[in-house]
Ligand binder design. Structure first.
Ligand SMILES: [Ca+2]
Ligand SMILES: [Ca+2]
Ligand SMILES: [Ca+2]
Length: 429
C-alpha cells in the first residue's frame, strides 16, 4: 500500500515543479532561454527574507528565473498587457544567489509606459526576480523578453535610450556608465546645443529624466542659482534651456537643487539629488567616437555651441578618419583645421569663437563644406596627406598626437562673422 502513495507524492512534486512558472527560491531558479513570452505565477510564492534591494523596496512574493542570454543586446522585460498584477522586477548578473549582483530593479508602471532593461552578453546567465509591487497581491501572466535598440541621432552619431528607473541623479549617472551599446559605455545625455536637444524631444518619449548636467560648487563661476553648471564631459553649460523661473535652487525639502532634469517640453529644472518626481534617466552612447574634446566653444547664432567629433579608426594605417562638426547654424560654410599643438586665442580676427589650436595650423582647404539644414558637416580626412603650412602635407604615423577644430561662417545680428567648434585631440595608433 505504501508504494503507490510514494509514487503519487513524487509525481505531485514533479508536476508542481514543472508548473511553478518561476521558482520560489533563488537557489532553484527556473532555467529559461530565448526571447519572447515566459509564464509566471507567484500566487503561492513566499518573500525572500531581507532582500529589499529594489531601490529600497522588496520584490514581494518573488519567483526566480535563470535566463541564458542568446546574444549581446539590450534586453527589455515587459509585462504590460500580459498580467493585471502590478509587478516589480529585479535583474542580477550571473547565477550566484549568495552574491547577488543587481543590474537593475524597478516597479513596472504600465500607465507611465515603463519597463525594465539590462545589457546581456551571449551565453551568460542572469537571474530574473519577478514579484508583486503591493502588499497582499499576487497574480499570473507572462513577461516578455525582447531586444531593444537605442535610437540613433544621425546628426551626431550618438544613440539614445530612456530608462525608466526612479533613482537619484548620482545613482542614475553610475547606472548609465555601466550600460553598454555596440561596445561603448553609456552616460547621462549631454544636450549641449539646441540641435541635439531638439532631436531628443522630437524623436524620443522622454518621460521626466535626469540628464548629464549638474552644478559644480567648486567651479570658478559657481553662484546660486545659475552659476557653475557643467556637463558630464567637463564642458561648461554655455547653452541652457531652463523652464521659466528655473533654476531656482528651491527644493521642496528645503535643500539645494544642483542636478538637472528634463521635461517633455525640452525645458530643464534644477532639482535636488534625490528628487523622487524624476522617474527616468536619459542615456547616450557615443558609438564609434574617439578622441578627447577640450577647449569650450562659444555659443553661435543657434543659441548653442557646436562640437567636433571623430569616428572611423584611430589606427593610422587604416586611413579611415571622419571628422564631424555638429550644432552649427544651418547652411553655413566651414572647414576643418589641424595642428600638433593645442593653444587658445579668443575672438581671433574678429571671430565670435575661440581658436583652440597653436603652433603650425594646417587647413583641410580642399574640403570646404556646408552645414545644410541639419546644422552639421563632416569630411574624410586623408591620413596620408594632412595639411602642414611648412611642408604642404605630412603622413600621420602611429604615436602622433593631432588636434582638430572646425571653423564656420555664422550670421549674427545681420552681419557675417565666424565661429569655431570646441577642440578634439586624437592620439593615433
Ligand atoms: Ca520567493
Ligand atoms: Ca543649486
Ligand atoms: Ca528648481
Amino acid at each position: 500500500m505504501r508504494r503507490p502513495i510514494t509514487l503519487l507524492a513524487l509525481a505531485s512534486l514533479t508536476l508542481s515543479g514543472a508548473l511553478a512558472q518561476g521558482s520560489d527560491d533563488c537557489a532553484n531558479a527556473q532555467p529559461i532561454t530565448g526571447l519572447g513570452p515566459h509564464p509566471f505565477d507567484n500566487t503561492s510564492a513566499t518573500p525572500t527574507p531581507g532582500l529589499s534591494d529594489c531601490n529600497g523596496f522588496p520584490v514581494r512574493k518573488d519567483v526566480w528565473f535563470l535566463w541564458t542570454a542568446p546574444n549581446d543586446a539590450r534586453v527589455t522585460v515587459e509585462v504590460c498587457g500580459q498580467t493585471t498584477l502590478e509587478t516589480r522586477v529585479a535583474i542580477y548578473d550571473g547565477a550566484d544567489c549568495n552574491n547577488l549582483a543587481q543590474l537593475t530593479c524597478s516597479a513596472i508602471d504600465c500607465n507611465a509606459g515603463s519597463n525594465v532593461r539590462f545589457s546581456s552578453v551571449a551565453g551568460q546567465q542572469y537571474l530574473i526576480r519577478f514579484g508583486s509591487r503591493s502588499v497582499g497581491t499576487t497574480g499570473v501572466g507572462t513577461f516578455t523578453l525582447s531586444e531593444y535598440i537605442p535610437s540613433l541621432n544621425p546628426n551626431n552619431g550618438r544613440y539614445y535610450e530612456v530608462v525608466a528607473e526612479n533613482l537619484s541623479w548620482t545613482q542614475a549617472r553610475d547606472r548609465a556608465a555601466n550600460l553598454t551599446w555596440l561596445g561603448q559605455p553609456g552616460r547621462l545625455a549631454i544636450l549641449s546645443n539646441q540641435t541635439d536637444l531638439d532631436w531628443v524631444i522630437n524623436n524620443l518619449s522622454v518621460g521626466r529624466p535626469w540628464i548629464g548636467l549638474f552644478q559644480d560648487t567648486n567651479h570658478p563661476s559657481y553662484s546660486e542659482p545659475t552659476g557653475g553648471w557643467v556637463w558630464l564631459d567637463g564642458t561648461d553649460a554655455t547653452f541652457t534651456n531652463w523652464f521659466p523661473g528655473e533654476p531656482n535652487n528651491n527644493a521642496a525639502s528645503g535643500g539645494a537643487e544642483d542636478y538637472a532634469e528634463l521635461f517633455g517640453s525640452g525645458e530643464w529644472n534644477d532639482a535636488e539629488e534625490n528628487h523622487t518626481s524624476t522617474t527616468h534617466y536619459l542615456v547616450e552612447y557615443n558609438v564609434g567616437g574617439f578622441g578627447t574634446n577640450y577647449c569650450a566653444a562659444n555659443p553661435n547664432s543657434t543659441g548653442g555651441s557646436s562640437a567636433i567629433s571623430a569616428d572611423g579608426s584611430q589606427t593610422a594605417a587604416s586611413n579611415d578618419l571622419t571628422l564631424t562638426a555638429s550644432g552649427l547654424p544651418s547652411n553655413s560654410f566651414g572647414f576643418f583645421i589641424a595642428s600638433r599643438t593645442q593653444g587658445f586665442a579668443g575672438n581671433p580676427g574678429g571671430s565670435q569663437g575661440n581658436l583652440c589650436l597653436g603652433g603650425a595650423i594646417g587647413r583641410f582647404q580642399q574640403q570646404i563644406v556646408n552645414s545644410g539644414s541639419g546644422g552639421a558637416f563632416s569630411i574624410q580626412a586623408d591620413l596620408s596627406a594632412f595639411p602642414d603650412p611648412a611642408l604642404g602635407t605630412v603622413v600621420v604615423v602611429p604615436g602622433d598626437t593631432w588636434n582638430f577644430q572646425a571653423w564656420h561662417r555664422d550670421a549674427v545680428g545681420g552681419s557675417t562673422t565666424s565661429n569655431f567648434t570646441n577642440g578634439l585631440e586624437i592620439i593615433f595608433q
